[in-house]
Design a protein around this ligand. Structure first.
Ligand code: DLL
Length: 433
C-alpha cells in the first residue's frame, strides 16, 4: 500500500532529474531571499547557476545548528512572515532553540509526506489514530496530526500525559494506531499492565514511533505488550519535523522521501562522503520547502544508507535506524537536552562553574534526570546550610524552565564527584537504549 505510488516508486533516473530541478530552484530561492546564504555563496564565489548536477552539491557549504541559532528567530526564513502560516521550534524556549516556519504549501507538502509514512506503517483511512505526541512548538503532535487527517483516518488529538485517561480513550474509542514516542508507548504498556486491562480489550494494530532513539529490544517489548506492529519514523524540526523517513512493514530501514529531501552521509571528521553501508553523519538539503529551506544541514545524527531494493516496491533509498549522534545531545522524554546548555545555565546562576554531573535513569518507562552539583567553597553552595535549600530550588526551577523537562537537583559534598583519568564524568546515562 502506498500513498503516492507514482512518487514513492519512481524510477531512479526520473527521480534524480526531479531532484536536480528542485535543488536549483531551492538554491535560487535561498540566494535571492536569505542574506545568510547569499553571503556564504558569495564568499565562496559560487552562484546557484553553477550547480548543474547533483554531484555539484558537494561544492556548497554546510549549514549547522549554530547557524540556525545564530539567525534566531527568523533570519533563515525565505519568505516574509505574512506568508508563514505556522511556526514551530525545537526544544528550549530561548534563542538556543531553532525556530522554523511553514507556508500554506509547506503544510500541505508536510501533511502529504507524513501520510506516506503512516501508510507505509500500515495505517489506512479506516484507522482510528491516537496522536500521543505533545501538541505545541514540538513538531511531533501537529505534524502527525495533519498527516493522519490528510490520509483520512479518524484522528484523536490526545497529546501526551494523563496515561490512564489515554488508555480509557484507547479502549472506548477503539483506537487502532498509536502514534507517539517509543518511551511513551512503553509507559502505556506498563500502565495497561498495572491497571490490569488485557490487551485483547483494546483494538490496537499498529504503532508508529519516532522522535527519539529506541532499540530493537524495546521494539520487541512494545510489540509484545501491546499486540501491535511497531515501525520507526524519523525527522527533525530544522528540516521539517516528522516526515523525512519511515519504515515500511518490512522494517528493514527507513525509506527517505527523496523527492523532497536530498541526503548525504559524510564522515563527520573529514566531511567527505562515506560509501553506502558505512555509518556517518546524515546531511539533508530540502528540495521543496518555501518558508524554511535548508542547504546541506548537518543533522548530527549517525546513520548509513542501505543498498539493495526493498520488497515493498518503494524506490526511495533507505537509511538505517539511528546509531547515535555526533554531539552529546541527550534525548529525554523526546525533548532534546544539551549538556552544554546545563553547564552554561549553572554558570549563569552561580557566576562560576561548579562541578556537576547529569544522571539519567529510566523508572518504568519514564526518563528521570538528576543534576548533581558540587558544593564549592566560595559560591553560594558553600554558604550556610539554610541557603543551600534556596540555591538548589533556584537551580531546579531554572533548569526545568529553560530545558522544558523536569529536572531534579541534588547538592553533593565538595570533591564527591569522582573522575576517570582525571576527567569529569559529566553525563551518566543508565537507560539501555
Ligand atoms: O523529533 C521530529 C519527530 C517527531 C520525528 C515525531 C519523528 C516523530 P526534533 O525535536 O527537532 O524533531 O528532534 C530531532 O530527534 O535529530 C534525532 O536526533 C532525534 N530523532 C527523531 N526521530 C528519531 C528516530 C523531532 N526515529 C532529533 N530515532 C533528530 C532516533 C530520532 N532518533
Amino acid at each position: 500500500m502506498y500513498w503516492e505510488p507514482d512518487k514513492e516508486c519512481m524510477d531512479r533516473e526520473e527521480l534524480e532529474q526531479l531532484q536536480l530541478e528542485r535543488l536549483q530552484s531551492t538554491l535560487n530561492r535561498v540566494y535571492a531571499h536569505v542574506p545568510f546564504y547569499r553571503k556564504k555563496f558569495d564568499t565562496l564565489g559560487i552562484s546557484p547557476e553553477e550547480i548543474g548536477s547533483l554531484s555539484d552539491l558537494s561544492r556548497l557549504p554546510f549549514t549547522t545548528k549554530e547557524d540556525v541559532r545564530g539567525n534566531y528567530p527568523y533570519g533563515l526564513f525565505a519568505v516574509p512572515l505574512r506568508e508563514v502560516v505556522r511556526i514551530h521550534a525545537s526544544s528550549g524556549t530561548t534563542e538556543t532553540s531553532s525556530v522554523v516556519g511553514y507556508t500554506r504549501n509547506d503544510i500541505a507538502m508536510w501533511s502529504k509526506l507524513v501520510a506516506r509514512i503512516l501508510v507505509a506503517g500500515g495505517v489506512t483511512k479506516d484507522d482510528v489514530v491516537q496522536v500521543s505526541f505533545r501538541y505545541g512548538l514540538f513538531t511531533g503532535g501537529f505534524g502527525l496530526h495533519y498527516g493522519a487527517e490528510r490520509l483520512g483516518a479518524s484522528v484523536i488529538p490526545a497529546s501526551s500525559g494523563n496515561t490512564a485517561r489515554q488508555i480509557q480513550i484507547m479502549k472506548d474509542f477503539k483506537t487502532t494506531a498509536l502514534v507517539s514516542t517509543p518511551s511513551y508507548a512503553m509507559l502505556v504498556a506498563d500502565t495497561i499492565r498495572e491497571i490490569g486491562i488485557p490487551v485483547s480489550a483494546l483494538s490496537l494494530k499498529y504503532g508508529l514511533f519516532g522522535g527519539e532513539p529506541w532499540s530493537e529490544k524495546m521494539r520487541q517489548e512494545i510489540q509484545d505488550a501491546l499486540g501491535i506492529v511497531a515501525t520507526d519514523n524519523y525527522g527533525l524540526s530544522e528540516v521539517i519535523g516528522p516526515g523525512v523517513s519511515g519504515e515500511c512493514l518490512e522494517r528493514n530501514g527507513l525509506h527517505i522521501n527523496e523527492d523532497h529531501f536530498l541526503v548525504e552521509v559524510i564522515d563527520p571528521k573529514t566531511l567527505q562522503p562515506v560509501p553506502p553501508g558505512r555509518t556517518g553523519e546524515l546531511v539533508i538539503t530540502t528540495l521543496t520547502k518555501e518558508a524554511f529551506p535548508m542547504v546541506r544541514y548537518r543533522t548530527r545524527d549517525l546513520t548509513s544508507l542501505r543498498e539493495g531494493d526493498c520488497p515493498c516496491g518503494r524506490t526511495g533509498r533507505r537509511m538505517s535506524r539511528l546509531a547515535g549522534r555526533t554531539d552529546e545531545m541527550l534525548i529525554i522524554r523526546g525533548m532534546k537536552v544539551s549538556p552544554a546548555k546545563i553547564e552554561s545555565l549553572l554558570f549563569e546562576i552561580e557566576g562560576n562553574e561548579p562541578d556537576y554531573r547529569i544522571v539519567i535513569d529510566r523508572k518504568g518507562a519514564m526518563d528521570e534526570v538528576t543534576v548533581l552539583v558540587e558544593a564549592s567553597g566560595d559560591a553560594p553552595f558553600g554558604e550556610e546550610r539554610r541557603h543551600i535549600g534556596t540555591t538548589v530550588e533556584t537551580i531546579r526551577k531554572r533548569l526545568t524552565h529553560e530545558l522544558g523537562v523536569t529536572v531534579d537537583v541534588k547538592l553533593v559534598e565538595k570533591k564527591a564527584l569522582e573522575t576517570v583519568d582525571g576527567k569529569p564524568m559529566r553525563v551518566i546515562d543508565h537507560r539501555k537504549l
